[in-house]
Each structure stands twice: as C-alpha cells, then as structure tokens.
Design a protein around this ligand. Structure first.
Ligand SMILES: [Zn+2]
Ligand SMILES: [Zn+2]
Length: 277
C-alpha cells in the first residue's frame, strides 16, 4: 500500500509527545505529537490491539513502544480506528505493512479508508485559535487500506477484546466510534469529546486539561455530536482517554462530562462555521 503521508511533516507538537501512561488495567496511551494512540491488552490472553495510528511518520515510535511493552514477536492482533482523520491514521500504512494485521472501523467510515471519499477540508472560520486557522492545510484525502480494512462486527463486540464494546458516536465524522469497558468503566472516546482545546495551538502545546467538544474545524454534524456526548455521559465513565489531551478521571471527569453534556451548545458548538446552522 502507498503511504500518502510519506512526505508530510505536520509541524505541531506538545510537551507530552512520546510520554505514555497506563490509565487502567491493560490500557496504555502514547501521545504522538498532538494525538494519542492506545494499546489495549486483554488480561486473559495477553493479546493486544492498537487503537488509532497516530500522526504521519510516527510508525517507528509506535512500533518501538509496542516491542518494548510486548516483545519483538508479539504484534497486535488488529488495529481499530475511532475514525479516519489524518491524525488518527497518519502512520497506519506503515504499521499495516510492518505487522500485516487487519484494521477495523465502523462501516460508515469505510469510504474514507478505501479511497472512495475525502473528508471536507478543515474549516478555518470556526473560532478557537491558530490550529483552526491552519486546519485547511491538514490532509483531508481518503487513504486506501484496500482489503486490509474491515467493518466492525454489528453486535458491538470488539475483536480480540471480549471485555470491551464499541459505541457509535457520530458527529465528528459519520462513522466515529468510542470504546467502553463496563467492568471498570474505562472509556476510549476518540474525538467524540476531547480534554484539550484542540483548536488552540498554545493549549495543545501545553496540554492544558480542559473538557472540550470534538475538534471544531473537522466536525460536520453538531446535533449528532451532542447526542454522542450525551450517550457517553450516560455510561458514567470513571476514566477516559480521548483522541487529544491528557486522561481525565474520577469526579473531574464526572462533573466535566456532565457539564459538556448539558451545555454542549455554549462549550462545544462554534458560533459560526461551514457546518453550523
Ligand atoms: Zn478527528
Ligand atoms: Zn483527532
């Protein structure tokens, strides 16, 4: 497969890039520049799955971390994608070529992962800061994972991770998903909401912890995005790792997610933008 991001250096990063952390049993995240990848292990089988594929040109870091944690001969059983934006699939081609494992995503996300449809360009007219302003420069073209990508099982089970379910959380993209483990209420939210003001270059660099809706410049359906946040709030997660930002847990998460779920219109939805009606 061709890596369409081969020569794309995206010059934004954060102080926590490369510094990973375990957030709950078998759940470890690693920030690549400005986006998190998550390594989830099944405690019974010790098999593991990678969630999302980071920024372009991060594959070596993601692989090094994996081999350090799981050994050289223990590749993931699969890679799951919360959605197909460039910062979540940036290194997927190299990872699939290296590990030769299947990729799973929601069926509605397939056109964006098989070269059939591009996402709308980033919207610079939403408020929020410098990252919004430069977002039209971000890649928006579909990658083509060919036969390597498959739709997630329709019964919401997560391949190789029996304790987990996937939850359709559209709005940021049509086929966006989050992952949830009921027994300890661990949430992998993707970009359904994030814990940093992703539109602001300064806040992204410093990773200031602050609940926020999905990144504004790429979100196309705000009504659906609000419903998705309400759906996740109802699960009452005890710890959450989002696509961008630091993990959030305990009362802070409960209170902040509640506030976002109630005041989504004032906190998350931009005052103007191509997808705001
Ligand atoms: Zn996104
Ligand atoms: Zn993202």
């Amino acid at each position: 497969m061709e890596n369409i991001y081969e020569d794309r250096v995206i010059p934004v990063t954060s102080i926590t890039s490369g510094i990973g952390q375990t957030i709950s049993d078998g759940v470890y995240y690693l920030p690549t520049q400005i986006v998190n990848v998550i390594y989830i292990t099944d405690p019974k089988t010790n098999q593991w799955v990678l969630i999302d594929a980071g920024m372009p040109r991060s594959s070596q870091k993601i692989i090094d971390e994996a081999e350090q944690r799981f050994g050289d001969d223990n590749p993931p059983k699969a890679i799951l994608l919360t959605h197909g934006h460039f910062d979540h699939v940036g290194s997927i081609t190299d990872l699939v070529n290296y590990w030769n494992v299947p990729v799973y995503a929601h069926s509605l996300e397939m056109p964006y992962l098989t070269g059939k449809q591009s996402y709308p360009k980033g919207d610079p007219t939403v408020d929020g800061g410098l990252i919004s302003e430069v977002s039209p420069l971000f890649p928006n073209h579909s990658i083509d994972l060919e036969q390597h990508v498959k739709p997630l099982p329709e019964n919401n089970s997560v391949p190789f991770l029996p304790d987990w379910t996937w939850i359709h959380t559209p709005g940021h993209t049509k086929g966006h998903i989050s992952l949830f483990r009921e027994k300890d209420k661990t949430l992998v939210a993707g970009d359904a909401f994030v814990t940093v003001k992703q539109e602001s270059l300064y806040k992204v660099m410093t990773q200031k912890l602050e609940i926020s809706g999905p990144p504004k410049y790429f979100t196309t359906d705000w009504d659906a995005a609000w419903r998705s946040v309400k759906k996740l709030n109802k699960l009452k997660p005890s710890v959450a790792i989002t696509g961008h930002g630091l993990p959030m847990s305990g009362d802070t998460l409960t209170n902040e997610l509640d506030k976002l779920s109630t005041d989504f219109d004032s906190i998350a939805i931009p005052e103007h933008g191509r997808f705001v009606h």
